[in-house]
Design a protein. Structure first.
Length: 202
């Protein structure tokens, strides 16, 4: 299994607990929304909180940027209605499963989204992230991936983690390879070529 005991900053507390993280194991509390513990994700520079409907403006900002969606199967920027549909799916995933996509903050500002989700037709957990272009090249993607994998190792029964990436998206491929992911197959999604990359946690 991944070595997580020395990475206490990666995960601690709940979305209601935003300071004082100094534990090597998760501390879960109950939120009123659905009486299910919704964990806060932490790394050295990032704080991740479960997305809520209040994140709708940030979804619209993020997914309206052509460079953010350029390597999605459909590279068309999302309009507000499509962003709201995506957000509703993410909120429902938290309510149904107790884990999902976090809103990522750095230095007190929203900088992206990232999470672990279930995806129909795939075994294990889908690791995905999107960052604002101004945050690219700072190492935040790798930092998020490390924290998310530590969270999965600590809390989730599924130990197979996969990422889906376009073959031309070299930066994201490097991030996954750095974390230990290996390409397992190539396929098409909505007519776009994709790579499935996997990591088995031990």
């Amino acid at each position: 299994m991944r070595q997580v005991a020395d990475k206490a900053q990666a995960f601690c507390g709940s979305a209601a607990e935003v300071s004082g993280c100094a534990l090597a194991t998760p501390v879960l509390k109950t939120q009123a929304m659905n009486e299910t513990a919704h964990p806060l994700l932490r790394s050295l520079r990032l704080t991740g909180q479960p997305v809520t409907r209040a994140d709708a403006p940030f979804y619209a900002e993020l997914f309206s940027k052509p460079e953010v969606v350029a390597f999605r199967p459909d590279p068309t920027p999302l309009d507000r209605a499509a962003c709201e549909t995506r957000l509703e799916f993410d909120v429902a995933h938290w309510q149904a499963h107790g884990f999902g996509r976090w809103g990522l903050h750095h230095a007190g500002h929203p900088v992206g989204l990232g999470g672990l989700t279930l995806r129909e037709g795939f075994d294990g957990l889908n690791l995905s992230y999107h960052l604002l272009p101004a945050q690219w090249g700072l190492g935040l993607a790798s930092e998020f991936v490390t924290a998310a994998l530590d969270y999965a190792a600590l809390t989730r029964p599924q130990k197979s983690i996969f990422g889906l990436v376009r073959p031309l998206n070299a930066p994201s491929i490097r991030v996954l390879e750095k974390a230990g992911f290996k390409e397992v197959r190539r396929f098409e999604d909505k007519g776009a070529p994709m790579l499935e990359m996997r990591l088995e946690l031990r």
